[in-house]
Ligand binder design. Structure first.
Ligand code: ADQ
Length: 475
């Protein structure tokens, strides 16, 4: 496969370009078997849609099928620029370097990061391809916003090709302290890659501080109050921009009559006085093993009565071709099976485990049906599930149990916070949240809701883009 199959075919024209591992659309097949595209669900696309439409936006990303080359196409007023990936690149760049090296390393090494030189070579090659495509579509003095850990070399590559561009980068996952980051054989290259951006955005201030300290110590760059000076004298900034959700859209969805009816039906089906809910991608960073163990012990000790309480765990299938994820799925299913086998009876299981993805409305109904939401990652960049739950609790009740190691814990201070490694502490906090008075729950939820509705996804995009010098007012 050539590095850039469309080279020379596209005139630079887009004034605002988003570069992300995946395109903002996913494939569909209609009733007659005709293939098409639909906009991917998710906050990022929703937040950027208005500005992309108003500014001749282009979205550069992989379309999801290996070994397939597609021409750019328009979807709902936005130009999609599909980047091809060969099957071995999917294995080495995506499943390997991105998800078996960087992902675990950046999440406190909660799984062992693997270092393979061939994976790194594929990472460089694919980053180059994304950078070239962005350089090709972005018009003179345009803006390019690069997303996430799969594309950390793109800012510097792009700056080399197109010094006229404004370049932003946002990391959706944590950025580790130097004690961990320094393991990376390609630490210098990654840091140099990121410093190509005018703004390097992180979820929390601690991550920005980790980055600034590393570029000072490893690259010898001068840093002051969030600014850094590159070798050529030009400047960039690193800062925190905590991502959020479209809170109003979730609230509206959650208060529709059919959503409420569905929430009631979920409650009827579960037939319990109290419903605990967990919703996560099936990922080892999400703390599922510890959480399920905590519930198992609560049921076993009788602190939770299996006849009155149920724990519903939704686990979205994720990265199923990566070994560590296959192993996690087996472990979780064994654990759930064992607990239900020991503590269940005919027609009743204390843990209700579902391995599936759901439409947004079903998610809203689940949030409405849950008395206590349990979000206990071992490490998480932000965690949007916690914010979605809060946005859906228009009645002002409900309780959120939240890991102190989620980025969201900095903002959602009124949640019942836990250390997910401390199983006894977590068990006690889950009970405290469940048994709190209605007044206490409402008091906490009021503050949480104020936070989430004030700092929504639009606030996030506007804060980042205005710091980058992009006129959001004229979007
Ligand atoms: P994720 O690790 O995927 O995101 P999270 O922030 O919780 O984690 O977002 C998950 C999203 O998927 C939520 O919008 C949720 O509603 C949805 N989802 C989860 N399970 C689902 C299911 N079964 N069916 C349908 N939808 C489901 C990464 C980082 C996070 C960071 C986000 C955004 O790891 O820390 O918050 O990016 O920056």
């Amino acid at each position: 496969m050539t590095n850039n199959p469309r080279s020379g075919q596209v005139a630079p024209h887009a004034s605002f370009v988003v570069v992300a591992n995946r395109l903002a659309v996913e494939r569909t097949t209609d009733a007659d078997g005709q293939p098409g595209w639909r906009t991917s669900p998710g906050g990022l696309v929703t937040a950027l849609e208005p500005i992309m439409k108003a500014k001749e936006g282009a979205w550069v990303g992989w379309h999801g099928s290996p070994d397939e080359i597609l021409e750019p196409f328009a979807h709902d007023g936005i130009e999609m620029v599909p980047i091809p990936l060969a099957a071995d690149e999917v294995a080495e760049f995506y499943e390997g370097m991105s998800n078996a090296t960087l992902w675990p390393l950046y999440h406190d090494s909660v799984a062992f990061p693997e270092y393979h030189r061939e994976w790194w070579d594929a990472y460089v090659k694919v980053n180059q391809r994304f950078a070239e495509a962005a350089a090709e579509v972005a018009e003179k003095d345009g803006t390019v916003w690069v997303q996430d850990y799969q594309l950390q070399l793109v800012p510097q590559m792009l700056r080399g090709m197109r010094p006229d561009l404004k370049i932003g980068f946002f990391l959706h996952i944590p950025f580790p302290p130097q004690e961990l980051f320094n393991q990376l054989p390609w630490r210098k290259e990654i840091l140099e890659g990121l410093t190509g951006a005018d703004i390097v955005g992180f979820q929390v201030p601690g991550a920005a501080a980790n980055f600034l300290r590393l570029i000072r110590d490893r690259l010898g760059l001068e840093t002051k109050r969030g600014e850094f000076v590159r070798a050529d004298g030009t400047r960039g900034r690193a800062a925190a921009y905590p991502i959020s959700i479209d809170a109003n859209a979730f609230q509206d969805l959650a208060s529709q009559p059919d959503t409420l009816a569905r929430a009631q039906q979920i409650r009827d089906d579960l037939d319990a006085e109290i419903v605990f809910l967990g919703v996560d991608r099936l990922d080892y960073t999400k703390g599922l093993r510890q959480r399920i163990r905590a519930f198992g012990e609560l049921f076993q000790s009788g602190q939770l009565d299996p006849d009155k309480a149920v724990f519903l765990q939704i686990a979205t299938p994720s990265r199923e071709r990566v070994d560590e994820y296959r192993k996690l799925r087996d472990d979780i299913e064994l654990l759930v099976g064992r607990i239900n086998g020991d503590m269940g009876r005919i027609g009743r299981s204390p843990i209700n485990y579902l391995h599936s993805g759901y439409p947004r409305q079903e998610m809203a109904a689940l949030y409405r049906a849950a008395d206590v939401m349990v979000v206990t990652p071992l490490r998480d960049g932000m965690n949007l599930v916690a914010k979605e739950y809060v946005a859906c609790r228009g009645t002002g009740d409900g309780a959120l149990v939240l890991s102190e190691f989620a980025g969201a814990a900095r903002e959602l201070k009124q949640a019942w916070q836990v250390n997910p490694y401390d199983i006894n502490g977590m068990k006690q906090t889950i009970l405290d949240a469940a048994n709190a008075s209605v007044t206490e729950k409402r008091r906490r939820m009021r503050t949480l809701r104020r936070q989430v509705f004030t700092n929504d996804i639009n606030h996030w995009a506007e804060a980042f883009l205005s710091d980058l010098g992009v006129g959001v007012a004229d979007k």
